[in-house]
Every structure is written in C-alpha cells, then in structure tokens.
Design a protein around this ligand. Structure first.
Ligand SMILES: [Zn+2]
Ligand SMILES: [Zn+2]
Length: 304
C-alpha cells in the first residue's frame, strides 16, 4: 500500500529562493491528505502535476499565515472547477470563521460540501479514522495554539496464497475468514491451518508531522516510534536563542527529538529565509541522527 509524502512547500514565514511556505501531500492508498496549505500551494500542485481535486482531507496545524494562506484560494478554485464531492477540513476553531468571512464578502456559495472539524490544542486526540488509517493530534508548543498530526496506518488483512488455495481446491467462501487469520474447521472434520494459506500483511506504518514548535518533551510520547518523522528545523543551533524566542526548533534539536523518540527516519523542513543553502542544516541534524533528509519541494518520501 502506498504511504508517502510529497513536499509542496518547506519555507518558514515567507516564500524565498523558490521555496514556498509549508504544505505537504500525504498519499495513503491513493487517498490524498493535504497537510498545511501555505500561500502558493495551488501553484505547487500544478507544478508537480498533482490534481487538486484528488484531495479530500485538509489538516491545518495553526493559524500563522505560512501554514494556511493558500487554503481559501485552493477551495475557491475547486469550486470554480466544478467540484461536487465533499471536502473535510481539520484545523483550529477560528479557521472556520475565517473561511466563512472570506466566502461571505466575496458572495461565494461553495457548491461542494465543506465539513469542518475543529481541533483543540490541549490534549492529543484521535480526530479521524477510515479504512486505511487513523489521525491523532500532536500537541506542540508554539506562540499560538498548534497541533501536529500523526497518521497511523491500520493493520491490513492477511494476504492469501492463491496458488496454494487453488491447488487444494479451498472454496472461495472461506477466503474472507482466512484473511482475518482464522483456522478453518471443515465439515469433513479436517482443519485448514491459516499459516499454510496466508502470509502476514505489511506492518502498519506511522507518519508524524510536527509543525512549528519549541522542542518540548511533552509531545515525545505522541510521536514515539514514528517510521517517518517530519520535524521543523527553522534554524541552526547557533541561533538557539532566536529559536527559543520565536518558539521554533534548531536542526540539532530536530535530530535530538528523532533519537529521543526512536524515529526510523527524520525529515526536516520549515527553513528560515536566512539560509539560502540548506546542507548546513542537514549536516547539523545528521551529527546526532544520521538517517535525516531535507524536505525538498517536489520530492516524495516513502514512509519506511
Ligand atoms: Zn511557520
Ligand atoms: Zn507558526
């Protein structure tokens, strides 16, 4: 099953050096989840050949503009392009009001249903579930209420070994039970052992998105054991004081978070405009956590 994230924007605060503000697109089993939607996200989708109408879920971490200024434009374009299927948006309570005000004053009546779910930044809770995954909030420590999002794949059914089932003429009506892991007692008194006819499904994987935050042990439990951890790394460690003042993290700290929480792989992003070249941020994070990559726009990272 596909479980991968494409970076649409990795800049903090303002667009600079061809870097756009934060946005990511998660593909889980060909369902598309937009995570944050900075200004220019629509253009980035076009640039990377992704159809915006494939997105059915939007998750907004907080109300700093670099994380949601692209949303009204995206929603409006979908309306103009004739979308009719619903869109589900998760974000801070005031986002609903902000969107409503923008639609109201442009006298836009969006022709597709928008279902808004308000997130709360006080304790981590599950906010979404479908057949493929669950989504929980991660409570971050930023200047305004801010949540990250933890996407956890569901355990899949066991895989059938079709050749063996056919060779032994096992009736197809038993297949669903076998997929669920059951041994089968047949009418003739014999037993079919599940292990002979199925193999284990893929291990469920986890993607954690840690948007703007101070490094804070209080959210470590939430992101423990992430297969892929995205963590902001706005500054280098020599700017720690500035990072603390603005409630951001350094690249070194992002590496420390990855180690402390047992991540498999770390992706860093939300780069300050003071860094034209990004390799120093990567090098710094790698001094503590080797399996780190830069969140580069247009790149797709599979959850390992
Ligand atoms: Zn930001
Ligand atoms: Zn912010």
């Amino acid at each position: 099953m596909k479980f991968e994230v494409t970076i649409l924007g990795s800049s903090s605060a303002t667009p600079v050096y061809n870097r756009n503000p934060t946005a990511q697109l998660l593909n889980c089993n060909e369902k598309f989840y937009l995570i944050d939607c900075g200004e220019g996200t629509q253009q980035q989708l076009i640039r990377f050949g992704i159809k915006a109408n494939k997105i059915d879920f939007v998750f907004i971490s907080h109300l700093h503009g670099d994380h949601y200024f692209g949303l009204i434009g995206l929603l409006s374009s979908l309306h103009l392009n004739g979308r009719i299927k619903p869109m589900k948006i998760f974000g801070p309570p005031a986002l609903e009001e902000i969107l409503a005000l923008q639609f109201q004053h442009s006298e836009t009546v969006i022709r597709y249903p928008i279902e808004f779910v308000a997130t709360q930044a006080d304790k981590p809770v599950q906010i979404f579930e479908n057949a493929d995954l669950t989504v929980e909030t991660i409570i971050l420590n930023h200047r305004i209420p801010c949540t990250g999002f933890k996407f956890v794949q569901k355990k899949r059914l066991r895989k059938l070994i079709i050749e063996r089932l056919e060779a032994d003429r096992v009736p197809v009506e038993y297949y669903p039970l076998l997929k669920r892991g059951a041994d089968l007692d047949l009418p003739d008194g014999s037993t079919l052992l599940n292990a002979d006819y199925t193999t284990d499904s893929e291990r469920p994987r986890t993607y954690c998105y840690c948007s703007d935050t101070l490094m804070d042990e209080r959210y470590f439990e939430s992101i423990k054991g992430a297969d892929l951890l995205y963590h902001e790394a706005t500054f280098l460690q020599d700017m720690l004081e500035r990072a603390n003042q603005t409630h951001h993290t350094t690249a070194l700290q992002a590496g420390q978070v990855a180690i402390a929480t047992g991540a498999v792989k770390l992706l860093i992003g939300h780069f300050s405009s003071r860094y034209k070249a990004l390799p120093p941020l990567l090098d710094e994070a790698r001094t503590v956590f080797e399996n780190t990559e830069l969140a580069l726009e247009g790149n797709t990272y599979s959850v390992p």
